[in-house]
Design a binder for this molecule. Structure first.
Ligand SMILES: [Zn+2]
Length: 370
């Protein structure tokens, strides 16, 4: 290669490199301009991944995160003091006698259990009658359990479910007329007496689940009359729907009606407007907390309850059938139990509840600690 051609070749390569450099720079400049123009034109809203790339950032996306203080654990208290009976349709749950309660609850309270709801289960022969007399028997399982738990677990918040169906010979949630329908006036009178008996025994909260018209007003008035309204919370099962999801509960509590069903006082599953009216009524009658039951099949109602009672806490009862379904599906390999328990409960919170009555409570105490 001659000197002149070598010079010309180098010059050519230099100019080629220069050309490449300038092309790269133009490309960079174009990319930068394109990115800037994306931000300027507003398409930036398409970029979401950065907001939930980290586990903590994902948790922050929830309006409400599940905490231990949101959970209420349902307990079935039998009149047999040494009872510890497995309930086959309600996996992992038992009927407990009074003598078993302290050893059951001591480790749970240590793990952060804040609240329980008590249901009485009379098992003795002749324990039931037409008036549900055993419901507020001072020596009955619920009254004794309230006194025991208040003494042994001072930090535990005690909710007493108030109903007659566990105690009536006919298994309905009130006092009946001769034709088998509910006598509303007598039922409300009796239910409100039972609520006051539980409150006077020391329950922090009374929760009537009977669905009789006007019982919230009657209970609130009697709490005022008794001088304890200032220290007892009234939680109303305002929107309690009838249906097949209560099956395992009835096995546990022995509360199946001996004839007919509860469709004349529990709400029809399609009755959203009726539920809204019941919620508004109970707020006006003095309820402190509104409850929706069942939960996952009625998320729209939970959302309605939050809208109608926007200044009050909303509770949701994830009922026995919901719990049993999740267990059955997990056992069948459909999904992982813990993952579904969280998904179902987070759905309930997303809908608007901040209190969840759940049979998963003991497991959540472990899961939320890890
Ligand atoms: Zn009932």
């Amino acid at each position: 290669m001659s000197f002149s051609s070598l010079v010309s070749d180098i010059t050519y390569r230099d100019s080629e490199r220069e050309e490449q450099r300038s092309q790269l720079s133009r490309a960079r400049s174009y990319a930068s301009t394109a990115a800037t123009s994306v931000s300027i034109t507003g398409d930036i809203s398409s970029q979401l991944h950065g907001g939930y790339s980290h586990p903590l950032a994902r948790a922050w996306q929830a309006e409400r995160q599940l905490t231990k203080s949101m959970l209420i654990y349902p307990l079935f208290i039998s009149d047999n003091p040494d009872d510890e009976t497995i309930i086959p349709s309600l996996p992992g749950q038992k009927r407990w006698g009074l003598n078993k309660l302290v050893s059951l609850l001591t480790p749970l309270v240590a793990k952060g259990l804040r609240s329980v709801i008590l249901f009485g289960v009379p098992t003795a022969p002749n324990a039931k009658d037409a008036l549900g007399t055993a419901a507020d028997d001072p020596k009955g399982p619920v009254t004794l359990a309230i006194r025991l738990l208040r003494k042994r677990f001072p930090s535990l918040y005690i909710v007493a479910d108030v109903c007659l169906c566990e105690y009536t010979s006919h298994g309905h949630c009130g006092i009946l007329r001769d034709d088998g329908s509910l006598n509303n006036a007598l039922s409300v009178e009796r239910i409100s007496d039972v609520a006051i008996a539980y409150a006077e025994a020391g329950a922090h909260c009374v929760a009537p689940s009977d669905m009789n018209d006007g019982r919230i007003r009657a209970i609130k008035l009697k709490l005022i009359e008794s001088g304890i309204a200032h220290q007892v919370l009234l939680m109303s099962y305002s929107a309690k729907f009838s249906g097949c999801l209560y099956g395992p509960f009835r096995d546990a509590a022995g509360s199946s009606p001996s004839f007919g069903d509860r469709r004349c006082y529990q709400l029809p599953p399609g009755g959203r407007g009726l539920a809204r009216r019941a919620i508004v009524r109970d707020i006006k009658e003095g309820a402190d907390v509104i409850m929706v039951k069942p939960a996952s099949q009625f998320l729209d109602i939970i959302s309605d309850a939050k809208e109608l009672g926007k200044d009050m806490p909303v509770a949701a009862y994830q009922v026995s059938g919901e719990y049993a379904m999740i267990h059955a599906a997990a056992n069948a390999g459909v999904f992982d139990l813990k993952t579904m328990a969280f998904e179902a409960t987070e759905g309930i919170l997303r809908a608007g509840a901040t209190i969840v009555v759940s049979y998963f409570t003991p497991q959540f105490l472990d899961w939320l600690s890890s």
